[in-house]
Design a protein around this ligand. Structure first.
Ligand SMILES: [Zn+2]
Ligand SMILES: [Zn+2]
Length: 327
């Protein structure tokens, strides 16, 4: 499907900054009509067969540049339940990357040039959001140690405690990355998203971006959710047992009951930069603007700087020799 302008027939896309649908041709607001695809995976505008990857749910026609949404990938059983729409525009994402990496010393000249930044893509990454009810039972022997001195004697007093805690924690929407292509550690670094701004999905948010449906079922990814729940359970217990000098753990029982899950899309700007035969990837959280990535070193510039450092080393060595001479 595509969103088409009722006034001029142009392509209407979601504009993150204004939070509105905008026509790319006439600039009109909220002037869209949804046109479904007549044939699967063909461009509604020019008829080209689109080479979508297996899990793609939205993308761009390579022939005419129209932003397409893949009808069968946004409906049952592949359609998202909830979404955080893009809030950071492409221009803002570029500026954020320039601010974050632009001042680094060894950056190659072409990094962050207008031409290479053109290739930056807005991508909705699929996530499963899990709800859990956890019952935690914890018991341990805790000690509190006190030292004091009286006269010429030092005293140490160790008190022992039976520590017992029972906690019930409701987890609401634990996010687990459901895309094989998107690195889990990158998505962990993209955190946190402001999940309170998550809303019911509407296909219009995908117009203008790339998107994927989930690559793995909620059952397949459940172990990762349980891992996160258990980690958080431990943190809750640590929070409620602070103040002891030592805790010798005797028992830690948890019962994690899954109570539901939802399929969510989260926004990320992806910038791929190729330098000296290596691919470098940079990411900007499409909601908060947080930047993640490692800038490449330009060898030419690095050598220049080493020479400079070496030069100043010689100067200071001379200074040292001079000092020694005086002594
Ligand atoms: Zn228009
Ligand atoms: Zn087309």
């Amino acid at each position: 499907m595509i969103y088409r302008c009722v006034n001029c027939g142009g392509n209407v896309i979601y504009e993150p900054k204004e939070g509105k649908m905008k026509c790319l041709s006439c600039g009109g607001d909220e002037c869209q009509e949804m046109i479904p695809a007549q044939l699967p995976d063909t461009c509604v505008n020019c008829g080209m067969q689109i080479p979508f990857s297996q899990f793609a749910s939205a993308g761009r026609c390579p022939a005419c540049g129209t932003y397409l949404i893949r009808d069968n990938m946004v409906s049952y059983p592949y359609g998202p339940d909830i979404i955080i729409p893009f809030k950071i525009s492409k221009r803002d994402a570029e500026d954020l990357l320039k601010k974050e990496f632009g001042k680094k010393l060894f950056l190659p000249g072409s990094f962050l040039s207008e031409k290479t930044l053109e290739s930056m893509r807005g991508v909705y990454v699929p996530f499963w959001m899990y709800d859990y009810n956890s019952d935690i039972e914890y018991s341990a022997v805790g000690t509190k140690v006190r030292h004091w001195t009286s006269g010429d004697r030092r005293y140490t007093e160790t008190s022992y405690f039976n520590v017992y805690r029972r906690l019930h924690v409701n987890y609401d929407g634990i996010p687990v990355d459901a895309s094989i292509a998107m690195d889990d550690t990158i998505m962990d670094l993209m955190e946190p998203y402001a999940y309170e701004q998550i809303q019911n999905h509407d296909n219009k948010f995908l117009s203008g971006f790339d998107s994927e449906t989930y690559n793995m079922s909620p059952e397949q990814l459940q172990p990762r959710a349980v891992q996160k729940v258990n980690k958080s359970n431990r943190e809750w217990i640590a929070h409620h047992t602070s103040g002891y000098t030592t805790l010798t753990q005797e028992r830690f029982n948890t019962n994690n009951q899954p109570t539901g899950n939802k399929f969510a899309l989260l926004p990320v700007w992806v910038y791929e930069y190729r330098y000296n035969g290596e691919n470098y990837k940079f990411y900007v959280n499409g909601q908060t603007g947080k930047c993640v990535g490692k800038a490449p070193l330009s060898l030419g510039k690095a050598v220049g700087l080493t020479a400079l450092l070496f030069g100043s080393m010689l100067v200071s060595l001379n200074g040292l020799a001079l000092l020694l001479g005086v002594l």
